[in-house]
Design a protein around this ligand. Structure first.
Ligand code: GLY
Ligand code: MN
Length: 462
């Protein structure tokens, strides 16, 4: 974990925003996979990590905004546990490592909350996303566990979002470590992208790199020759010439900061003319967006600009037609790019998504669009120095979507359906980098994985 000062400062900042009641940060517990002792991969809750840093299950952090008191609730292990787990740090030492003076056994948490509730004190908590946490909160607060997400504290959500959105230097250094691991994953996937290789083999190899170099994958790796499926988690295909492989992968640093990169590689290492033409459009959308990113510009502006680059490139190829700005305003380009340009990244790969996307990426002035494509943009607000984002434009040929839009005669003034149908079987292309907003502009985080056509062909053939 970071130095205790980091956590003390963060909690003090939170205390300067909220002044009444107590906040509970319920850390994650082990979660059974197929029988109680065989658990899923352990991952601490990101908000618990942010404020208390301790990477162990079964802990709850508490901050009292009236008295300023802080406490970590958790149990010391006994000899029976040590036989299986080895010696473990004492709760009092764990609490001290996060700069927290008090620790109490978990059994005392119920009494503590009872007292707060009977005194009419607000108990703030963040929206739980795991069943175990919903159950714990439901039991403590005597509420229906299924309704705990809706009962979360809006004040606490907003305060946490404003703190976590702006990354500290120590966090940026962690994200950069993760991005370097992701770069190695991407480059390895490129080397392996040859006819006869299986997706499974490449997937296993690069997830192994995430474990060997850091804290494992930041999300389940998307690796497929069917790149037109945005989040394709099956890896059943054998690579054949003429196809492209989309590799959207990321690692966590050992302190659980994420990176998220995407590259698209032609199987065998050489793009066909048709692939290269589409690739260059996506690449331009990626590089121009990165150049344009900086304080004051909004992610919505960046997204729309990237969409115009895509629509304009597709118009040059005869896939779209008419006025480019009009096509993007109407959402016609979303046939080919149905997702948002990118998302915030930090302790979560989609940072703070569990707190509610609209709290992170929208506000009272900037409301989420309902238009297909644009509604998937996770963040629309102006950038601030310290924001970390992905920039991930793409072009996809999704047979089912194309058939649906054609049947509904959607945007006939902007889409050349006949030409688009000649790309069925093409797959998809996405190119993603991780970007830090600086005082004057932006910079890429981590080493840049090969990205231009020439760079990719060189790596693949080398
Ligand atoms: N890396 C997957 C995503 O951004 O949704
Ligand atoms: Mn992403």
């Amino acid at each position: 974990m970071f130095d205790r000062e980091v956590y003390i400062v963060r909690r003090n900042r939170l205390k300067s925003v909220l002044s009444d009641g107590i906040a509970l940060f319920v850390g994650n517990v082990e979660s059974p996979m197929n029988y109680p002792d065989n658990t899923y991969h352990w991952r601490q809750d990101s908000d618990f990590l942010y404020f208390f840093g301790i990477d162990l299950p079964g802990l709850t952090g508490m901050i009292d905004f009236n008295s300023g008191e802080e406490c970590i609730f958790g149990n010391d292990v006994d000899v029976d546990d040590i036989i299986w787990m080895g010696p473990q740090p004492l709760m009092t030492d764990l609490a001290a490592s996060a700069g927290v003076k008090h620790s109490l056994p978990l059994s005392k948490l119920t009494d503590y909350i009872e007292k707060a509730l009977s005194g009419g004190r607000p108990v703030h908590f963040l929206p739980p996303y795991r069943a175990e946490t919903k159950m714990t909160l439901g039991a403590l607060l005597r509420e229906n566990p299924c309704q705990m997400r809706t009962k979360a504290s809006e004040k606490l959500i907003k305060a946490v979002v404003s703190l976590r959105s702006v990354k500290e230097d120590v966090e940026i250094a962690e994200i950069e470590k993760a991005a370097n691991i992701a770069c190695e994953m991407e480059t390895t996937a490129m080397h392996m992208c040859k006819p006869g290789m299986t997706e499974q083999e490449i997937f296993g190899t690069i997830e192994g790199i995430a474990w060997a170099r850091g804290g494992g994958p930041a999300f389940p790796t998307i690796l497929s020759i069917n790149g037109q499926t945005l989040h394709n988690h099956n890896h059943i295909n054998t690579l054949g010439k003429g196809r492209m492989m989309v590799t959207d992968c990321g690692a966590e640093s050992l302190l659980h900061y994420a990176a998220d990169l995407t590259r698209t590689t032609p199987v065998g290492g050489q793009f066909t003319q048709k692939q290269r033409e589409i690739y260059e459009i996506v690449l331009k959308a990626n590089t121009e967006s990165i150049k344009m990113a900086g304080p004051g510009i909004s992610n919505l502006d960046l997204h729309l600009n990237a969409c115009r680059i895509i629509a304009s490139g597709l118009k040059d190829l005869g896939l779209m037609k008419g006025d480019v700005a009009g096509a993007v305003a109407e959402g016609a380009h979303a046939l080919f790019m149905p997702h948002g340009l990118g998302h915030m990244m930090g302790l979560d790969v989609h940072d703070m998504e569990s707190l509610g996307e609209n709290y992170v990426g929208y506000n009272d002035e900037v409301k989420r669009s309902t238009q297909f494509g644009l509604r998937s943009l996770r963040f629309a607000l102006p950038y601030k120095p310290g924001h970390v984002f992905t920039v991930e434009p793409g072009i996809y040929f999704i047979p089912e979507l194309l058939a649906k839009w054609k049947a509904e005669s959607k945007h006939p003034q902007f889409i050349n359906y006949e030409k688009a149908e000649s790309y069925l079987g093409f797959g998809g292309i996405r190119i993603e980098d991780d970007v830090l907003i600086t005082a004057k502009g932006s910079r890429l985080l981590g080493k840049t994985a090969p990205k231009t056509v020439a760079e990719i062909e060189k790596v693949c053939l080398g």
